[in-house]
Ligand binder design. Structure first.
Ligand code: HEC
Length: 166
């Protein structure tokens, strides 16, 4: 009950903040919560990995294992990961990340949206072969941007899809 009262007080103070901002209602309030390096390392790469590890197969001492999801939870994880990749492409087009970049930045980011959407469609259709194929193209989309905007020396972003250890 006490927690509930605190939550209401917090909501009320947030609401009054919003009212105070009314004079400048059109101004965006989003912030750059991650620089490009953090965005890549903590969201884009791990999410692409979830998608890449949801098709193809992996070999170990016990033999070959199909990576296609077998549970609803893993299907949702693959879908959520591909959707996140698409939305990262949208985020990369905002001034937060596009400012100071060339026109090709937008093209590379759009390509990420498109490949993320194709990935999500393949997951929605539960088409493992299509997921594997889209995964290969996704890797090329990542690499194309990294070629034009190289990460710091010594870092090797991205991984080829398929044949990866879990
Ligand atoms: C629109 C351009 C663009 C696209 C598309 C893109 N990246 Fe990046 N990525 C960058 C830039 C720029 C850097 C360098 C950041 C830095 O070091 O300042 C980077 C760096 C990275 C890094 C290194 C992060 C670190 O810790 O230094 C990883 C990993 C990475 N990207 C993964 C990916 C993957 C996976 C994809 C595709 C699913 C992808 N990126 C797509 C622009 C892009």
């Amino acid at each position: 009950m006490r927690h509930y009262a605190v939550a209401i007080a917090a909501a009320a103070s947030l609401a009054s903040c919003n009212r105070a901002d009314d004079g400048d209602a059109a101004a965006p309030t989003y912030v750059k919560a991650h620089d490009i390096k953090q965005l890549m390392a903590t969201i884009v790469q791990p999410q692409a990995d979830v998608f890449w590890r949801s098709s193809g197969s992996v070999m170990d001492e016990q033999g070959e294992h199909d990576l296609t999801p077998t549970t609803e939870e893993r299907w949702l994880a693959a879908r959520s990961a591909s959707a996140t990749v698409a939305e990262m492409g949208n985020l990369l087009q905002t001034p937060l990340y596009a400012e100071g970049r060339g026109a090709d930045w937008i093209q590379f980011s759009k390509a990420l949206v498109e490949i993320g959407m194709r990935a999500e469609q393949a997951v929605a259709a539960r088409n493992s072969d299509a997921m594997f194929e889209v995964g290969g193209t996704m890797y090329n989309v990542c690499s194309a941007c990294h070629q034009a905007y190289p990460p710091a020396a010594g870092e090797v972003p991205g991984q080829a899809p398929g044949n990866q250890a879990e």
